[in-house]
Design a protein around this ligand. Structure first.
Ligand SMILES: C[S@@+](CC[C@H](N)C(=O)[O-])C[C@H]1O[C@@H](n2cnc3c(N)ncnc32)[C@H](O)[C@@H]1O
Length: 200
């Protein structure tokens, strides 16, 4: 494990993720809306860029089955450890983790073999000028995985294999990723935007 991975921990029970679980806004949150979660509608989700698993955990806490894909061996190990600890915590945490399945590999290779209704893509974006403001945690993730320069290819593969929608999460102020077809609609969060590509 690298020195950086030693400083990072996936913690679904305490901290920001646990807080959001207790006080979050349910299916009205921008991510949930973007993924198509509504009353009576819970799509099968693939999170193609699992990272620290926060988005997957939120979606699973709202009742969705989520298959998570992570290609970095270090991030995958951190995720597996975090899921394990949340499972051991029991109660609601165990129920949520039971809805999450973690895979190791490149989503471009694995998506064709999965049956997904909605695919989430949240690539590591290039550092911006205000990098001092970038959260410490995300800076550490970037030290491990670098920048995901193949995001446009991943979106194209996802569009070929989702039955309902593909959602690209991207900072509101960052330049758009070139080479991707126009989105169907956008959902704007505080600093993040969700470009939703409807399929079929
Ligand atoms: C910005 S982070 C995702 C953060 C995540 N949404 C969360 O809530 O914690 C991007 C992650 O996606 C992974 N990733 C990027 N492209 C990938 C691909 N093609 N297949 C699998 N994992 C990928 C990176 O290794 C990195 O860990």
């Amino acid at each position: 494990m690298s020195q950086t991975a030693g400083k990072l921990k996936v913690d679904f029970v305490n901290g920001a993720v646990g807080h959001r679980l207790r006080f979050g806004g349910g299916r009205g949150q921008a991510l949930a809306k973007a993924m198509g979660l509504r009353a009576g509608k819970t799509p099968k989700i693939v999170d193609a860029t699992a990272g620290l698993g926060r988005d997957s955990f939120l979606l699973a806490s709202l009742g969705a089955q989520v298959v998570m894909i992570e290609r970095s061996a270090e991030m995958h190990a951190l995720l597996a450890d975090g899921m394990d600890r949340a499972f051991q915590e029991g109660g609601a945490f165990r129920e949520i983790v039971d809805r999450m399945t973690l895979l190791h590999g490149d989503a471009k290779d694995l998506l064709p073999g999965l049956n997904s209704e909605a695919i989430l893509i949240d690539p590591m974006h290039p550092p911006r000028k205000s990098s001092a403001l970038v959260k410490q945690e995300l800076r550490l993730v970037r030290e491990i995985v670098g920048t995901d320069d193949d995001a446009a290819d991943l979106v194209r593969v996802a569009l070929d294999h989702a039955s309902k929608r593909v959602v690209l999460k991207w900072p509101q102020k960052a330049d758009p990723i070139p080479g991707i077809r126009p989105w169907s609609h956008q959902i704007l969060g505080k600093s993040t935007r969700y470009d939703v590509f409807m399929v079929g």
